[in-house]
Ligand binder design. Structure first.
Ligand code: SF4
Ligand code: SF4
Ligand code: FES
Length: 257
């Protein structure tokens, strides 16, 4: 959610933007002139809105800035992330920073890896009408309807893999005529897959073993005894991974490995 802290750009501000074309956009029904190069989020700030909700990472990751808009002469409903979508002339837009979606309560440790667990917690999966509106609403290109279909078919791994890019923006939920909370359902599938179905990675077991080794524990104890300032110094003096380095980079200093 955002609040309006001042009026839209003044004539002076418009003149300041002499190198950039200003275009009209309608934010919650009111017309503003904004630079054509801005994202919706920046255009709203340019127009005088201050984000107190509906803005997090500004990098397309957190899902806080779900936005819907329409364009003149076009019946489609468009969706996007305000921090990623560039404004277009005459677009009518608003943000939906939060959309209610019931999340089932469960004791995850007691759940089995059977799909029936999901069916019990989210019986509404069977209300899906396969309209595919959720898929068309997703700014992350998650095939949301296929995720729900996979769950109905009992294929938790498929649902988990297909929904990996979900950022929980809520746009699919806002459009679902079956009234499903798709992102919570998919998240449960990913949790079950990650915790109870996916094979254990050998390198993880090795890393845990190493972390429990005497040498590593000693180093950890030494670090825990440091004052905050000393700890900061150690952190700041650490060997930093160079840019553009391959995946198998390891620091020359082995003190903390
Ligand atoms: S929008 Fe809802 S009803 Fe339509 S396909 Fe997606 S989950 Fe099913
Ligand atoms: S699956 Fe739904 S909640 Fe997840 S990113 Fe796509 S639209 Fe947003
Ligand atoms: S602010 Fe995080 S996705 Fe837009």
């Amino acid at each position: 959610m955002s609040t309006k802290s001042r009026q839209g750009p003044s004539q002076k501000e418009e003149n300041i933007s002499h190198n950039v074309r200003l275009i009209p956009v309608y934010i919650m029904g009111k017309r503003y002139l904004v630079p054509e190069t801005l994202t919706i989020m920046k255009a709203m700030e340019y127009a005088g809105y201050r984000f107190i909700r509906g803005c997090g990472c500004r990098g397309g990751i957190c899902g806080a800035c779900a936005t819907v808009y329409r364009k003149p002469g076009d019946y489609h409903i468009y969706i996007g992330l305000a921090c990623q979508t560039v404004v277009e002339p005459d677009m009518y837009l608003t943000q939906i920073p939060f959309y209610p979606a019931n999340r089932a309560r469960y004791d995850f440790a007691r759940l089995s890896a059977k799909p029936e667990e999901i069916f019990k917690l989210y019986p509404e999966v069977f209300r899906c009408l396969a309209c595919n509106t959720c898929t068309k609403s997703c700014p992350m290109d998650v095939p949301v309807m296929d995720v729900i279909s996979a769950i109905k078919q009992g294929n938790i791994e498929k649902a988990a893999r297909l929904s990996f890019s979900c950022i929980q923006c809520g746009l699919c939920v806002s459009r679902c005529m079956g009234e499903l909370p798709q992102y919570h359902i998919a998240q449960l599938a990913r949790r079950i897959y990650g915790s109870k179905i996916a094979p254990r990675a050998p390198h993880l077991a090795q890393a845990v073993e190493k972390a429990n080794s005497e040498g590593c524990q000693e180093t950890l104890k030494k670090l825990m005894k440091l004052e905050e300032k000393e700890l900061r110094n150690v952190y700041q003096a650490r060997e930093i991974e160079p840019e553009m380095v391959g995946e198998d980079w390891t620091p020359a200093g082995r003190d903390y490995l």
